[in-house]
Design a protein around this ligand. Structure first.
Ligand code: COI
Length: 354
């Protein structure tokens, strides 16, 4: 497929103060779009000015949420910019697409198109430490049809947003609320897919937790509400008596790329064993009581590695260790972000330099 580039001279002013970017509020001058029609395949691939879409009010995504997305980042480096495992995002997007009855994309083509978009938008990659250019690939069904069936027409696009930390508290440890009533995903559901509806379903519990003063919700399994799954926008790790424990990829949690990288770094670089096993929230709290819970942190593209300082489950509150960022959490954070910003050597082939 040919990639057309439509230029504009109407460029926006770049953000003045990169320490105040926040997350996902500002967007760059251009986006990538392509369309799909059953029987024809993907067509009309373009880099074009960022603008609103025109969609029918009957458009199926607006009613039945047939939409998936990805999240990755471009990091400013002395030599230009780095991407972190971008091929894994498009591979995962195709896995999400299958689950949601959506067409797969040509991973090579979208990666090349992203490179072109980033080359045009290179001046939008912020330079202040801790900032990056967040990349949001999205696909949605656009058929103007109210019947409940898989769409025949799709829109795929990539938009870019200069961002700072996902949490307002930055790298300060966050307090999380263990959700005991609502669940995020069940076996056989869509938990492993990056489907928009998963996030819509999580909002009510998130709002309740926010009102109680918590940054995020920690989800338990959908059957027994016993085993730890993941946090709103991150996978979660517990360091217990010298070992890391995180939920296994058994269909209901998101297969995080940062999760996978942290498992490799812990095992291969820091010599900390990792168990991908179900862990009951009661065990986590018991380990904390007996002094075995050493560190808790979340991982995600947006959240990077975020220390968890406290947890509340039912009527029990705990402070993790002394509530500050743990030593392994810090080492993982420094190594991962060091590779991303090009100051720590990448021995794993994770970095793509543009
Ligand atoms: C990401 O980490 O990129 C995500 O997709 C989380 C997002 C829902 C903010």
């Amino acid at each position: 497929m040919k990639l057309e580039v439509v230029r504009t001279s109407n460029l926006k002013a770049k953000p003045q103060d990169e320490t105040k970017l926040g997350f996902g509020r500002l967007f760059t001058d251009y986006m990538f779009t392509m369309q799909f029609e059953q029987g024809k395949g993907w067509y009309d691939a373009k880099i074009r000015p960022f603008e609103n879409f025109s969609l029918s009010p009957a458009c199926s995504v607006l009613h039945y949420s047939q939409t998936i997305f990805e999240g990755l980042k471009a990091y400013h480096t002395e030599a230009g910019m780095n991407l972190f495992r971008p091929w894994d995002n498009f591979r995962r997007m195709n896995i999400s697409a299958k689950r949601m009855c959506m067409p797969e994309v040509d991973e090579e083509f979208v990666l090349q198109s992203l490179d072109e978009l980033l080359k045009i938008e290179k001046d939008w990659v912020p330079k202040t430490p801790g900032t990056s250019l967040y990349i949001r690939p999205t696909m949605m069904a656009v058929d103007p049809f109210l019947g409940v069936s898989a769409g025949k027409n799709y829109l795929f696009y990539i938009i870019l947003s200069p961002v700072g930390a996902y949490y307002e508290s930055g790298l300060e440890p966050v307090d999380i609320y263990v959700e005991d009533e609502y669940v995020r995903a069940v076996d056989g559901g869509t938990g492993f897919a990056k489907a928009g509806g998963n996030y819509a379903a999580s909002l009510l519990a998130g709002e309740i937790a926010h009102k109680k003063g918590f940054a995020q919700v920690l989800w338990l399994d959908g059957k027994e509400k016993k085993y730890v799954q993941e946090v709103g926008s991150m996978n979660i790790f517990f360091k217990i008596r010298g070992e890391l424990v995180t939920a296994p990829l058994a269909g209901s949690i998101l297969p995080g790329i940062t999760r996978d990288s942290v498992i490799t770094l812990s095992r291969d670089v820091f010599g900390t064993p990792v168990r991908e096993e179900n862990i009951a929230i009661a065990d986590v709290f018991e380990q904390n009581a007996s002094g075995g819970l050493e560190e808790v942190f979340g991982t995600g593209t947006a959240a990077v590695i975020s220390p968890v300082g406290g947890m509340t489950w039912k009527d029990k509150d705990i402070v993790v260790a002394d509530g500050s960022m743990g030593e392994l959490t810090r080492k993982l954070y420094n190594t991962l972000t060091g590779m991303q910003y090009g100051v720590v050597k990448d021995d794993f082939g994770w970095i793509k330099t543009l």
